[in-house]
Design a protein around this ligand. Structure first.
Ligand SMILES: CC(C)(COP(=O)(O)OP(=O)(O)OC[C@H]1O[C@@H](n2cnc3c(N)ncnc32)[C@H](O)[C@@H]1OP(=O)(O)O)[C@@H](O)C(=O)NCCC(=O)NCCS
Length: 220
């Protein structure tokens, strides 16, 4: 390769890298500006499809496929580990001869739908472990744990521990869960957190439900 061509290739690579970096930075900035109430980062500008509540942290990575029903809603105080993927649609039609998207590559006008099973909803205080995949239509209840590398396709009940593709146990006995789901994370302020740090770091027992802190943070 001649010197001129090598220099041209190198300049093109640098230009491409800088353009991609600037686009990524711009998207990150737009997301951050719209999400100053939480600590999330996003791998692209998902403001049009995703909504995230207060104080949730982690990286939001959404794969979307242009179906208008695709949506991602994440609640308050959620923890999202690295490598978590939200797939808001992207199913192929299963009842046609072929699953191949002919129109995309042959411009044939063969209709190809991209079904979604509906919005993804992640309620408050959910912890999603590393590398989990959350599929369209999944609804993860308040306080649930999604173990690392799990795949969630349907509903996960509140305070369940879900590992692989099923609920393996619950974080608390049923009598506590009934009361815990009444706790309203939208009412939990930074001042409350500082004031109640002893309660927040303590294992739950009967006395928690007698506390002023619990009683003053119930859902309306
Ligand atoms: C789920 C988790 C929290 C463990 O909770 P735990 O209450 O201690 O659960 P256990 O270890 O007793 O496991 C319960 C069952 O689930 C299984 N299990 C646990 N984690 C699993 C996983 N990621 N995938 C598949 N199965 C899993 C266990 O093998 C066990 O199965 P068994 O009942 O057949 O023996 C932990 O395994 C996990 O996935 N943590 C995520 C860590 C992470 O991603 N951190 C990122 C930084 S935030």
């Amino acid at each position: 390769m001649g010197l001129f061509k090598s220099i041209k290739n190198a300049l093109q690579t640098i230009k491409g890298y800088l353009e991609a970096r600037n686009a990524r930075k711009k998207a990150e900035e737009l997301w951050r500006n719209a999400n100053s109430h939480n600590y999330t980062k996003a791998t692209a500008d998902y403001r049009w499809i995703a909504e995230v509540g207060n104080h949730t942290y982690g990286t939001i990575d959404v794969y979307h496929y242009g179906n208008p029903s695709e949506r991602l809603q994440i609640g308050h105080f959620c923890s999202i580990a690295a490598g978590v993927t939200f797939l808001t649609g992207g199913n192929h039609p299963l009842n046609t001869l072929s699953q191949y998207p002919f129109d995309a590559y042959f411009k044939t006008g063969v209709p190809h739908s991209t079904p979604t099973k509906g919005p993804i909803v992640v309620e408050d205080d959910v912890w999603i472990g590393m590398g989990a995949t959350i599929l369209s239509g999944a609804h993860i209840g308040q306080g649930a744990v999604i173990a690392a590398q799990s795949t969630v396709a349907k509903d996960v009940p509140p305070y369940a521990i879900y590992a692989g593709n099923k609920v393996v146990k619950y974080r608390f006995p049923e009598k506590y869960i009934e009361k815990l789901i009444k706790f309203d994370y939208s009412k939990l302020t930074p001042e409350d957190i500082i004031k109640n740090r002893d309660i927040l770091g303590k294992e739950i027992d009967d006395s928690f439900f007698e506390s002023e802190f619990y009683k003053s943070h119930l859902k309306d």
